[in-house]
Design a protein around this ligand. Structure first.
Ligand code: ZN
Ligand code: ZN
Length: 212
């Protein structure tokens, strides 16, 4: 893995540690964490912080009722972890688990671009994108947050160049045209919490077909 330049934000790591991140974003975050020592040590720091807060709660400053409620909470059996499926090729374990162990099913969406929708609902979507070398994804804005993790190749847009392992955090105010690097196709995992907004009339026309 080449050196990672673009990391998760601290807010995302904190939300992931607290378990408050939606599933689609969690898969992207878990996949980046599996590739990135730097973010993983930040996550560990957050988990320690969570533990310290819990320890403070159990001191005599809190009521006996709260203390026993907290301690009872600790005794509850942890919810079952989803069965983890091991890494396969460029796809980290978190993605293979989301794919239920099956290889991605690619669907052409025009311009040589292919996508594999892993999950899609009113809250957003999780999908893999395959962008041939030098090709652009239509100019679009975001109704919310979009996280894109590069798994193979690279892409660049106005905010920088993203290589394998890098994650782009695009917020509502970002309008961008990601273009795949030359040489090898760019494969990335993208999660969004709202449908994307395309600018031109043609992409808007294509949007129902893209299902993004
Ligand atoms: Zn990182
Ligand atoms: Zn985007």
């Amino acid at each position: 893995m080449t050196e990672i330049q673009h990391h998760l934000t601290e807010d995302l790591i904190a939300a992931y540690a607290a378990g408050t991140l939606g599933h689609a974003f969690s898969v992207v975050v878990a996949a980046h964490l599996s590739l990135c020592d730097e973010c993983r040590s930040q996550l560990e720091a957050h988990e320690h912080l969570g533990g310290a807060v819990l320890e403070d709660l159990t001191q005599e400053t809190v009521s006996v009722g709260l203390k026993s409620a907290v301690l009872a909470g600790i005794d509850l059996p942890a919810p079952p972890e989803p069965t983890r499926i091991t890494r396969s090729g460029i796809y980290p374990s978190a993605i293979m688990t989301a794919l239920k162990g099956r290889p991605p099913k690619w669907k052409p969406v025009g311009g040589g671009i292919r996508q594999c929708i892993i999950e899609q609902g009113a809250e957003g979507s999780l999908r893999l994108l395959y962008i041939p070398p030098g090709r652009a994804v239509p100019d679009h804005g975001h109704g919310g947050l979009e996280l894109t993790l590069v798994l193979q190749g690279s892409f660049h847009d106005a905010s920088g160049a993203f290589k394998a392992g890098d994650v782009e955090v695009a917020t509502e105010d970002v309008q961008h045209v990601p273009i795949a690097g030359e040489g090898i196709a760019c494969i990335c995992l993208a999660a969004s919490d709202a449908p994307l907004r395309f600018r031109g009339w043609l992409p808007r026309l294509l949007q129902p077909m893209f299902r993004i």
